[in-house]
Structure formats: structure tokens, C-alpha cells
Design a binder for this molecule. Structure first.
Ligand SMILES: CC(=O)SCCNC(=O)CCNC(=O)[C@H](O)C(C)(C)COP(=O)(O)OP(=O)(O)OC[C@H]1O[C@@H](n2cnc3c(N)ncnc32)[C@H](O)[C@@H]1OP(=O)(O)O
Length: 144
């Protein structure tokens, strides 16, 4: 199945947009997977931190698929959605799209991952999640 799409996910705001630089490339000149993983972890932590209303730590990378390569100069958009909430944990799905050759509007889904974060207290121990606060959740995801 082709990973090329006609537009970025409609009606959703990316958590993060970033353009990899030559210093983010591997020895072959494409973007280093570890750099992408770091950005995915940051993007996923944003809705998790909001839901936890405070500090979180990444406990697990449940899945990670590098479906297409990322090139220096791609404009990457990271979409992150909470898919599961437990007592202390929040699981987030992150999808990454690359806008290549931006004048030609070629958009490719490059990466998909699922990560689990745990809300932690000041002693770095798990902390029960607070009740869902619709105002906080809505305020951080502006309508587009
Ligand atoms: C800010 C950063 O991201 S730093 C990046 C690196 N991450 C870290 O350094 C974190 C290191 N890990 C830790 O400090 C600890 O493991 C903690 C504080 C995150 C969790 O403490 P633990 O005692 O291991 O957690 P505990 O066993 O109580 O489980 C906590 C939650 O994680 C879930 N969990 C545990 N293992 C897994 C796993 N392999 N996959 C998914 N979820 C898991 C549990 O089900 C539980 O969720 P729930 O409360 O919603 O039911």
C-alpha cells in the first residue's frame, strides 16, 4: 500500500513540526532513526504530560515502524493521540508525515509508533492520573 497521501490529516493539529538538518543524518545521508525516535518521544510526551497534568516518564516503546526514509530538509509533522489510559499510564499513538519537495506538495507517512508514559511524582514514582479535565485538554489543542 502506498504511503503517499494527498494532504496532512485534516482537522488535526500536529504536536510538533521540525525539519531535520545535515547533522541529523546517518552515514548514508538519510536521517538517523535515533533522531526520529527522540522526536517521536517528545511529541508523544506532550499529550501525556497534559493528561497527567505534570511530569511523565517513558516506560515503553510498544511498537515503532520506520515505513519510509526521512531525508534532510523534509518538513516533518508529528501527530500524537492518546489511545489508552490506565491508573498511572498513558499510551499514545504517534504518526509522522514528511512533506518532501515542498513546492510539489509530496506528503509521505514515514513513521508510526506507540509509546507508554507513566505519570510520576516528585520522587519519580508512579502517581495516579488526575480526573480528565476537558478545559485543560481543549485549551492545549487549538482548533484549526
Ligand atoms: C522523561 C523521560 O521520558 S526519561 C526516558 C527514559 N525513561 C525513564 O527513565 C523511565 C525509567 N523507568 C522508571 O523510572 C519506572 O519504570 C517508572 C517510574 C516509569 C514506573 O515505575 P514502575 O514501578 O516500573 O511502574 P509499575 O510497574 O508500577 O507500572 C506503572 C504503569 O506502567 C505500566 N507498564 C509497566 N510496564 C509496561 C510495559 N512494558 N508496557 C506498557 N506499560 C507498562 C503498568 O501497567 C502501569 O500502568 P497502570 O498504572 O496504568 O496500570
Amino acid at each position: 500500500m502506498s504511503s503517499t497521501v494527498s494532504q496532512l490529516p485534516p482537522g488535526k493539529a500536529p504536536q510538533l513540526r521540525v525539519m531535520p538538518m545535515p547533522s541529523d543524518a546517518n552515514v548514508y545521508g538519510d536521517v538517523f532513526g535515533g533522531w526520529i525516535m527522540a522526536q517521536v518521544d517528545i511529541a508523544g510526551s506532550l499529550p501525556a504530560t497534559r493528561r497527567a497534568n505534570g511530569r511523565v516518564a517513558t516506560i515503553a516503546v510498544n511498537s515503532f515502524l520506520f515505513k519510509n526514509p526521512v531525508f534532510v530538509g523534509d518538513l516533518l509533522s508529528f501527530y500524537a493521540d492518546i489511545v489508552k489510559v490506565g491508573n498511572t499510564s498513558i499510551t499514545v499513538n504517534v504518526e509522522v508525515y514528511a512533506e518532501r519537495n515542498r513546492l510539489q506538495t509530496e506528503i509521505v507517512k514515514v513513521t508510526e509508533a506507540t509509546l507508554t508514559y507513566v505519570a510520576t511524582d516528585e520522587n519519580r514514582k508512579p502517581r495516579p492520573l488526575p480526573p480528565l479535565d476537558p478545559v485543560r485538554e481543549a485549551g492545549a489543542s487549538p482548533a484549526i
